[in-house]
Design a protein around this ligand. Structure first.
Ligand code: ADP
Ligand code: MG
Length: 706
């Protein structure tokens, strides 16, 4: 007997080539796939509601006799049909209808309708209900189970998906769908009552239950996704994702990585130049990285550290170890401004050590670009700084040994992977070694998210700011008191400090945002004629942006009016005041990032949140959090609680996870168990790994291909 993962859906009744293709588009190829295409929600069609008792916004089944059907011409032409039972009368309304439909809905016929009650022009109405005419037989049986609503797509009706699922369930028996979680693993960890329930629910039972829950099922638990049957599957789904990232990690770590001996001479030469000592936390993470890259296995490490914690110098020390061993190091930034800032830092640090720094950004064209490419390819470039332009196919490294990706939350998993491919071209491809990879982020990632989305990485954390930094003092001031805020700028700049004025995003439009910043800059110029004011926004040419930033950094500007382009990485220690206009438009993580631009020197720094009334409850909560703490990890946890993982990580990254039943936030309590189960599976049941991934993620091997 074939198992269901091997049985194509065309074995089911009524599925020809056309239907097969439609199903393929929602990821269904086998009968097993049908079973794992789980309902989004349920409708209760197990009982008939009396019409008189209907309430708006509820889903109901009604049954009655048609009292009249008419086409009415209002704002929109619609077909209305009055239905009466022995308690009352209700209107069905259809905006799309056929002549046949109209003719079938004849007065006196008995009809059963399924739909949502709404308040409409004629009192309570059902808009576009599903219905069936009952004909002579007066008692057609009602559904025994809750009716599933499936994720659908064009050309796939709920009715069709339901009949397909029913057929698949009928074929399901305990022998043809493999239980991939070994029983001893499920009981090994956790020990919580939840874990026990999950264990008691067999896979087949969980699937049967979720496709056809009995009318008595705990509907509220189901709606929340906390029913044991759902949790049993959520666990397996999270496990599949975790395993797929782990497998990716293993695949990469099967390759050779370049082993770099510690290069004490270069290291101490750099440290001697620095005007500061490394913090304890910097020393610790430097050591973690140094140990990794001394091994002949590619490093995959995420370095987390709040803005201003000093990640750049950590990257520089790692790069020295690579360069000292005759390899190249590449440092990638998400924007031109940051790439330029890194270039300046690395040139200042490395040129005295006789190390050649080159840079490559998307804006570099023609001859200039070719020259840089040539230097990268022939190895005369030792440290390469750039933007995503470093990803492009024509960039060939002579001997790339270390990739540093800064502020990675703007890069997706796939871009991360693309860089892993760029091993030294001098080696034949089959034995090409894979560069070490260091990913740096100033967005602290809550632990639970890190365990799921970055399961392929090791973590290092800089949890200490350099000595002498005074925490930023944050205040919230309503827009009516704008004048006071302008005076504060005058005061701060009058004392020789610098300030930022940040204009936040209006909708998702860079152009509008840039215009707003221009207007603000000219207003401020009128109010503060004695100050030198610069303006930077996303519509400037990269060169102009860089010039403005450089002037601000050099102290040639007192006030920088900016859009959120300055969000990440920008480092001007003399800036001690930041005004964020309309902070209510931004999420916590972004506010925290922005605020991280001040408080980078030893001067007491301030952040003014200049908000407009009225504030939503959410906005108030965010502003309160910002005033209460400067700790990025605390803020990240709050952000997760307020906004959920999609917003915190960027929809793109959680979108890549594409979860069917699990929910990172709701199911965070499962993640420890997922992690333990994954490592036990890989050690003791390696043959189960691929089938679990295939069951949940399909054959695409989504993380494996670039
Ligand atoms: P981030 O972690 O945000 O990338 P940077 O690497 O830009 O931080 O460092 C912020 C500022 O702190 C820079 O001016 C840098 O030179 C300085 N810095 C880094 N480490 C230390 C330290 N240990 N002591 C004092 N200042 C430091
Ligand atoms: Mg940085």
């Amino acid at each position: 007997m074939t198992t269901l993962d091997q049985a194509p859906i065309t074995q089911l009744r009524g599925i020809g080539a056309k239907m097969r293709d439609k199903l393929a588009r929602v990821g269904i190829a086998t009968i097993q796939d049908v079973l794992f295409h789980l309902p989004l929600r349920y409708m209760d069609r197990t009982r008939i509601s009396p019409i008189a008792g209907l309430q708006s916004n509820t889903e109901v089944v009604i049954e009655g006799e048609i009292r009249g059907t008419d086409v009415v011409f209002g704002r929109r032409r619609s077909l209305i049909c009055k239905v009466q039972d022995n308690t009352g009368l209700i209107t069905l309304r259809f905006f799309h209808f056929t002549a046949a439909q109209r003719n079938n809905l004849t007065s006196g016929a008995r009809i059963r309708c399924y739909g949502e009650v709404r308040r409409g022009g004629a009192g309570l109405e059902l808009y576009h209900p599903e219905y069936e005419l009952l004909g002579e037989q007066s008692s057609k049986p009602l559904a025994q189970n809750l009716t599933p609503v499936y994720p659908a797509s064009e050309g796939l009706t709920q009715y069709r998906l339901r009949t397909i699922a029913e057929q698949a369930l009928a074929l399901l028996n305990d022998g043809n769908l493999e239980e991939l979680l070994p029983a001893e693993l499920l009981s090994a960890e956790g020990g919580s009552s939840r874990a026990n329930i999950q264990q008691q629910t067999s896979l087949a039972d969980a699937l049967r239950f979720l496709h056809q829950p009995p009318a008595s099922a705990a509907v509220e638990l189901l709606a929340e996704g906390l029913h044991p049957a759902q949790q049993r599957l959520a666990l397996e789904e999270l496990l599949a994702h975790h395993l797929s990232l782990q497998q990716l990690r293993q695949q990469i770590r099967q390759h050779q990585g370049p082993a770099f001996a510690a290069h004490t001479k270069l290291r101490s030469a750099l440290l001697k130049h620095l005007p500061f000592e490394l913090t304890g936390a910097q020393q610790r993470v430097c050591e973690e990285i140094a140990n990794d890259i001394a091994q002949p296995v590619p490093m995959l490490r995420l370095l987390q550290g709040d803005g201003g914690s000093g990640k750049t110098v950590v990257a520089a020390l790692a790069s020295l170890q690579a360069i000292g061993s005759g390899y190249q190091a590449a440092v990638m930034a998400p924007t031109e401004i940051l790439a330029e800032q890194h270039r300046l830092n690395f040139e200042a640090w490395f040129t005295p050590l006789d190390i050649t720094v080159v840079w490559l950004t998307g804006k570099l064209k023609g001859k200039a670009r070719e020259v840089q490419l040539e230097r990268i390819a022939n190895g005369s470039a030792q440290l390469i700084v750039g933007t995503h332009a470093l990803f492009q196919d024509d960039v060939i490294f002579h001997k790339l040994g270390l990739t540093v990706i800064d502020e990675q939350h703007r890069f997706g998993v796939h871009q991360r992977l693309a860089l892993r491919e760029k091993g030294p071209a001098s080696e034949p491809s089959h034995q090409r070694s894979v560069p070490h990879q260091l990913i740096m982020t100033a967005t602290p990632i809550p632990r639970t998210l890190a365990m799921s989305v970055y399961a392929d990485l090791d973590f290092s954390v800089i949890d200490e700011l350099p000595a002498g930094r005074t925490p930023v003092n944050t205040v919230a001031i309503a827009d009516q008191r704008r004048g006071e805020v302008v005076q504060r700028i005058r005061g701060a700049c009058g004392e020789g400090n610098q300030a930022y004025w940040v204009c936040t995003l209006i909708e998702e439009s860079e152009t509008l945002e840039a215009q707003a910043a221009e207007v603000t800059a000219s207003e401020l110029a009128l109010l503060l004629p004695e100050l030198r004011i610069g303006l930077v926004h996303g519509r400037l040419k990269p060169k102009e942006k860089i010039q403005v930033m450089a002037a601000f950094k050099a102290g040639e500007l007192d006030l920088l009016v900016a859009t959120t382009v300055i969000e990440v990485g920008v480092d001007v220690p003399n800036a001690s005041l930041m005004v964020i206009e309309n902070p209510e438009r931004l999420g916590l993580a972004q506010l925290h990032q922005l605020r991280g631009r001040v408080g980078r020197g030893s001067i007491a720094s301030h952040c003014v949140l200049l908000y407009s009334m009225p504030l939503s409850q959410r906005a108030k909560e965010r502003i309160t959090v910002m005033r209460q703490t400067n700790d990025g990890f605390v803020i990240a946890e709050k952000d997760l609680a307020l906004r959920g993982p999609g917003e915190v990580l960027g929809t793109r990254q959680t979108g890549e996870l594409n979860l069917r039943i699990a929910d990172l936030e709701r199911d965070a309590h499962l993640l420890e168990q997922v992690k333990a189960t994954a490592s036990a599976l890989m050690t003791h049941h390696p043959n189960k790994v691929a089938p679990i991934i295939r069951r949940w993620l399909g054959n695409k091997e989504r993380y494996g291909q670039v």
